[in-house]
Design a protein around this ligand. Sequence first.
Ligand code: HEM
Length: 385
Amino acid sequence: MPCPFHKQQPDPFGEPRRKDGVLVNNFRGTDVPMILKHDEVRRMAKDWKHFSSDAPFQVPIPNEEDVRTVRQLPLETDPPDQGDYRKIAEPFFNRAKDPAVIAQMEVLITGLIEGALGQDSVEIVRDFAIPLQSRGLANLLNTPQTEADIWIGWGMHIFREGDGTSKGKAMEEYANDLLDRSAAKPGHDFFSALTQAEFRGRPLTREEMLGYCSIVFAGGRDTIINSISGVIGHLAGTPADFEFLREDPKRILGASEEFFRVLSPTTHLARKCPRGANVHGVEVKPGDFVSLIFAAANYDETVFEVPETVKLDRRPNPHVAFGFGPHLCLGAAHARLVVRTLMKVLCERVARIETLAAVDKYEEETSYRRRLAYDRLEVRLTRRA
Ligand code: HEM
């Protein structure tokens, strides 16, 4: 099936990847060479000595200096610090494999689907994906749903309004207050655990705690929201794929990997070159940045046959949607749980998804324009007999 995500724009990185292996994009006045090939993205993601993440605010591109004041942990560090920071958060992220948390996700998604089945139409981004992301995260972090009620109000982007203005200060104020409340009356949740955690024998500083809060709120927000609307949009537009899953729900496992490959919700992330580098003839000065385009690597035709085609039974599928190497996404198990449970419940309860209205969402840059998912997706669900 041709992929509806790329109906207006087939892989935006295809030609430069084949020709040059690198695409130079100007981000707010600075040229950044972007690495396009699967083998090179993987090699550089592992080579932290030459391609470092020790760059506060700078791993996302454009950088986030104007919207936050804390280094995101463990993302913006290198090994060995990164490994020790990661260990502190890992027990909560591993909860995505706990049968009780898996059951909670099924209850949550069933409730949302049942709510949607009872209406003539539902707007998936605002009324389905955002509540699902916020409530699912609260369950993962073992945090009361009263906090998720607040997170739902944050909209799609945690740091920026639709017009680009910063709302990072408000997010950090909220996180500080949440940490104060957690320290005063500790529970068994992630935020209380941060207030009691130790890094190499000393308590975490408040700034470090805020660094974890920043990534759990930001890192898994639009990525999850776009995954949810992307999957629903595809199954609405390609009923044969929906039927393919319903015929044998065991196919959901492989299908989720194909959705993450095709959607690649994190387009790219940066690495700092402390010693400089030369990438495909492009000179990078010491201290300057390159970016690893996971979304381009996932369409590398030397690795993925007919990459622009969605093949829900694609095997093997060595995509890098969750990164590669030491920083491999901590939220990947949770993201997989969301998407797989969504497909499971849809297969069990829904016969048909009709698209009533859709507004596509794009990432626009000086040298590429990439379709992400939807700004708005209004659908009607029909109950399965
Ligand atoms: C479909 C959803 C998601 C995608 C596509 C995604 C993508 C990624 C990618 C590509 C990286 C690698 C970063 C690098 O190499 O610099 C990463 C790291 C990370 N992600 Fe995700 N992510 C998703 C969901 C989540 C969620 C839900 C959370 C948390 C609630 C999360 C938390 C993190 C953290 C903490 C790291 C840093 C890990 C480290 O530095 O050791 N992600 N993610």
